[in-house]
Ligand binder design. Structure first.
Ligand code: HEC
Ligand code: HEC
Ligand code: HEC
Ligand code: HEC
Ligand code: HEC
Ligand code: HEC
Ligand code: HEC
Length: 408
């Protein structure tokens, strides 16, 4: 019978599959165990310490979006031109907002008018700015170390102020939106001195994403180097610190996923948003659920991983292709030339000839692969357009909509 003949074959294939899967998991588990800085006793040192020896990298990194992600509010940090901007009006709740500098302190004011009379006014000083300003800058203040977001945001691409994303249409929570650990742990360095059990209390916060978010805490590495114990890193791994280049593609990808995959994060029992370290498997700390709605092909802002993993390229070559195939995280995307991105296509596609688009048309676009294949998906949050991460699939792109890529 057909069933009995194929059954042993299926079992055989299945056992090969399970065996190879267990090899992968063992491999990753071994890698994970090897790094000294997965131990709780290894401390975070801060970017200043790393910069002491890795000066060029630190110099270049501080101009990236990640390097500029979070800082004290000061005139040099802010890209906003609040002074020449009319107040922002929430027509649903009937409040006006304006921001201004009072000597070196950024202030946000909420007021309501009755004809010309101000019949309500609240003023709040701002402590931190979140966002490099690539897209937006939002304003954060603290009261007794409890962190909140203020109801006015600067939109860089349009050069205008408005309510923060999500505050529109009567959803304005005014001065009460809390900034908790989930948010902070994607936008800042470690250690974040979060008061466990609180919703939004931080004894202290650092000043922007730094080296140790991708390399792990560095005290053991610094101690090792200072005692003269050097590794020839061209041949061997220095296990006192994680070099993502030396991880498996999957573990390297997990580092970026920690922050570039935003969804409904559900922590594993006894884990916190502080626990993930480079070289670990993210799902051991948290699961991330991405709600999908019928006919909704939109993406939220921090969905690079989601967009990327939907591309044919990734799906056909998941063990070789990851974010670092195109991005050097030490270098700003603004300074990474188009050529560098296009070269990454050629690692797998032989050249322009693999592309069936008319040569004349390609020439017109200077064979710029990413210009045609990774176009701007449009506004992900209002007033903001993202230049894209990979979207070979699933997003309405003009030339696709007419052809075989019609969305299902
Ligand atoms: C006192 C100087 C010094 C300091 C401080 C220092 N490093 Fe290093 N680092 C080195 C040297 C030297 C090497 C190469 C030799 C070695 O790894 O033993 C190295 C290697 C590395 C590597 C490559 C490891 C590999 O296996 O390829 C990484 C990644 C790294 N450092 C990151 C950091 C980070 C992050 C910090 C801050 C927490 C830091 N370093 C602080 C001197 C330093
Ligand atoms: C899962 C990690 C994650 C969480 C949680 C998260 N963000 Fe983000 N956020 C990101 C990433 C990644 C980007 C960069 C998107 C891009 O550049 O395309 C971003 C972008 C932003 C920006 C725009 C920065 C700029 O100029 O490009 C602001 C402002 C911001 N987030 C604020 C917040 C606030 C406030 C919260 C909490 C209420 C929050 N985020 C929660 C990961 C996260
Ligand atoms: C967003 C993640 C990220 C951040 C933040 C980051 N790095 Fe890296 N770093 C990487 C990746 C990925 C590699 C491997 C690059 C490659 O494939 O060549 C790397 C490689 C390195 C290396 C090894 C260089 C080599 O040639 O092998 C050093 C040293 C290093 N980083 C230091 C730093 C320092 C110092 C900082 C902070 C100023 C920093 N990194 C911030 C992701 C990061
Ligand atoms: C600690 C969380 C975190 C980790 C880990 C992280 N990112 Fe980011 N990344 C962010 C946030 C937040 C932003 C947006 C910062 C802003 O513009 O304010 C960002 C911005 C970027 C940008 C655009 C900004 C620029 O000019 O460079 C790139 C590219 C990027 N990340 C790549 C990576 C890659 C690749 C990895 C993995 C090696 C990685 N990131 C790991 C949080 C993170
Ligand atoms: C095939 C190459 C490629 C890969 C792989 C890739 N990117 Fe990008 N990424 C780009 C290009 C091209 C841009 C646009 C650069 C520009 O605006 O000049 C970009 C831009 C970005 C930006 C800035 C977006 C903005 O809104 O301004 C972030 C953040 C980012 N990528 C993160 C990631 C992350 C995280 C991954 C892995 C999940 C990834 N990218 C994988 C090519 C790539
Ligand atoms: C790690 C290897 C790899 C890289 C890098 C890569 N691709 Fe691909 N790509 C593939 C594979 C494998 C396929 C599926 C087989 C095929 O169509 O050739 C594919 C398919 C495609 C398709 C057809 C998509 C579809 O839905 O049918 C396009 C378009 C494409 N790639 C463009 C690009 C562009 C543009 C770049 C650079 C930004 C790039 N690829 C980078 C491996 C890669
Ligand atoms: C002028 C815009 C444009 C440029 C530039 C361009 N492509 Fe394409 N590419 C297209 C179009 C249009 C298609 C066909 C899509 C379809 O059939 O629906 C395509 C198809 C493809 C495919 C799928 C195979 C096929 O022919 O159906 C691959 C792979 C591909 N391109 C890779 C590249 C690479 C690599 C580059 C850069 C060297 C590049 N493309 C440059 C527009 C462009």
């Amino acid at each position: 019978m057909r069933f009995s003949r194929t059954w042993p074959g299926v079992l055989f294939l299945l056992s090969i599959l399970i065996f190879s899967l267990s090899l992968c998991t063992n491999q990753e588990a071994k890698e994970e165990l090897a790094y000294w800085n997965h131990s709780d006793t290894v401390r975070y040192m801060g970017i200043e310490t790393c910069a002491g020896c890795h000066r060029d990298i630190a110099e270049s990194f501080q101009h990236t979006g990640m390097g500029l992600s979070y800082e004290h509010a000061h005139r040099g940090k802010s890209i906003a031109d609040f002074e020449n901007h009319p107040p922002v009006y929430d027509s649903v709740l009937d409040y006006f907002y304006r921001a201004y500098w009072k000597s070196d302190t950024l202030m946000v004011e909420e007021f309501r008018l009755d004809n010309q009379d101000t019949i309500h006014k609240i003023t709040q000083s701002i402590d931190y700015i979140i966002g490099s300003g690539q897209h937006t800058q939002s304003n954060i203040f603290q009261i007794d170390n409890h962190f909140f977001q203020a109801p006015i945001t600067w939109y860089a691409q349009k050069g205008m102020a408005d309510l923060p994303p999500g505050y529109e249409g009567g959803e304005n929570s005014r001065f009460s939106r809390i900034i908790g650990l989930e948010c902070m742990s994607c936008h800042n360095a470690m250690p974040t001195e979060f008061v466990m059990g609180s919703e939004n209390k931080f004894k202290n916060v650092p000043q922007g994403i730094d080296c140790e978010r991708c390399h792990g805490p560095g005290s053991a590495h610094v101690a090792k180097i200072l005692r003269g114990d050097l590794t020839d890193t061209s041949k061997y791994i220095d296990y006192s610190i994680v070099n993502p280049k030396k991880l498996s593609a999957q573990l390297r990808f997990e580092i970026c996923q920690r922050c570039h995959l935003q969804g409904n994060a559900v922590l594993q029992p006894d884990k916190s948003f502080l626990d993930f370290r480079p070289g670990m498997i993210l799902r051991d700390i948290m699961d991330i659920y991405l709600p999908r709605y019928e006919n909704d092909h939109s993406f939220i802002m921090a969905s690079h991983v989601d967009r990327f993993t939907q591309s044919k390229c990734y799906q056909s070559a998941p063990q070789t292709f990851d974010c670092t195939s195109c991005h050097n995280p030490h270098k700003s995307v603004r300074l990474t030339g188009t050529e560098s991105f296009n070269n990454s296509c050629m690692n797998c596609h032989a050249g322009p000839e693999v592309c069936s688009e008319k040569p004349a048309k390609k020439a017109l676009h200077e064979n710029n692969c990413v210009g045609c294949h990774m176009p701007n998906p449009g506004a992900a949050i209002f007033h903001t357009s993202l230049s894209t991460t990979i979207i070979f699939e699933k997003i309405t792109i003009p030339f696709r909509a007419k052809k075989k890529y019609l969305l299902d």
